[in-house]
Design a protein around this ligand. Structure first.
Ligand code: PEP
Ligand code: MN
Length: 330
């Protein structure tokens, strides 16, 4: 339940009452709103009725990411939009590897009219012996390449100790699957002024993912984007199972934009095309695709990276699906 107060003077009294009754709550000071998730019986609030401007009842554990709280999230990133009603493409290599690689990719992406360049500088690798990214040098390179071609940078924040460094170079902070449940980190991201793309944990249920989003939202950052990147299953045949169901499911529950990542969702370049089209048909608000000038030489996730030609072909396929969807009336 969200309780909006019209009268500031009553705030300490309501806080006192909540403390006495031991209800969990969060107070959003910017908005004069109380989030009280387990409050089912409104009679508790009777004595404050003159100071309450609105009560929104929300019967799910997640509150601020619920579409009962809000219908739309529109995020403007230097003039480009990511929202739950738009469609946006993010592309780039898994890792930033060299000046040549990232500039070449940035040039290609901008030649396609796209606005978001991804690339990891600090990589979460399963093995400590694998390439773990170029670090700060990589951040500087992706920012230079993006600036040279009028693009926005999407890069992963691996640890809070890197927050200030990453904030200087990034336009959208990516939180990877492995950090979706790093609640202290999420709460801190609620205090920053940049959008956060929250990838789904590889074993996260929808509720858990949306509650993770609530950690960011309830700390004051309203610019949260969800990213479905596949979940672990019993079947080792593919890297992950891309959960196409979760796209319409999220859209029925939440106002947050949902981007699909079929690159990690499948783990194989040849499956990125069909699963991307499936995600677009299911209503995704965008795709994030790993591409590389020469995938065979990629230092991470080389199996799933598309060549520029393959990506070009994918853009055509996406266009066809999007045009067809517009003409469908369900
Ligand atoms: C990535 O986007 O390169 C990445 C590491 O993704 P995930 O956190 O989904 O594994
Ligand atoms: Mn990757």
């Amino acid at each position: 339940m969200i309780v909006k107060l019209s009268n500031k003077q009553q705030i300490p009294f309501l806080v006192n009452k909540l403390k006495q009754t031991k209800f969990d709550y969060i107070y959003l000071s910017d908005k004069q709103e109380f989030v009280i998730p387990k409050l089912n019986d409104k009679s508790f609030l009777n004595e404050f009725s003159n100071s309450i401007s609105e009560i929104i009842e929300i019967d799910t554990p997640f509150q601020l990411s619920s579409n009962k709280y809000k219908k739309h999230t529109e995020i403007n990133i230097n003039g480009s939009e990511i929202s739950n009603t738009a469609f946006s493409m993010i592309a780039g290599p898994c890792s930033i590897e060299s000046e040549e690689q990232i500039f070449h990719t940035a040039e290609f992406i901008s030649s396609k009219g796209l606005k978001f360049l991804r690339g990891g500088a600090y990589k979460p690798r399963t093995s400590p012996y694998s390439f773990r990214g170029m670090g700060l040098d990589g951040l500087k390179l992706i920012k230079e390449a993006a600036t040279a071609h009028g693009l926005n940078v999407v890069t992963e924040l691996m640890d809070l100790s890197l927050l200030d460094e990453v904030l200087e170079y990034v336009d959208i902070i990516q939180i990877g699957s492995r950090n979706m449940s790093n609640f202290f980190m999420l709460a801190e991201l609620g205090k920053v002024k940049k959008p956060v793309m929250l990838k789904r944990g590889m074993i996260a249920k929808t509720n858990e993912w949306l509650l993770a989003a609530d950690y960011i939202l309830s700390n004051g950052n309203e610019d949260v984007i969800l990213c479905e990147r596949g979940i672990r299953s019993f079947d080792p045949q593919m890297r992950n199972v891309f959960d196409v169901n979760v796209i319409p499911l999220i859209q029925s529950l939440s106002h947050l934009p949902i981007i699909a990542d079929p690159s990690h969702g499948t783990g194989e370049a040849k499956f990125v095309y069909p699963i991307s089209l499936a995600a677009v048909a299911a209503g995704a608000n965008g795709l994030m695709i790993e591409i590389h000038p020469n995938p065979k030489t990629a230092l991470s996730d080389s199996n799933q990276a598309l060549t520029f030609d393959e990506f070009d072909n994918l853009l055509n396929g996406i266009h066809v699906i999007r045009e067809s969807i517009v003409n469908l009336t369900v």
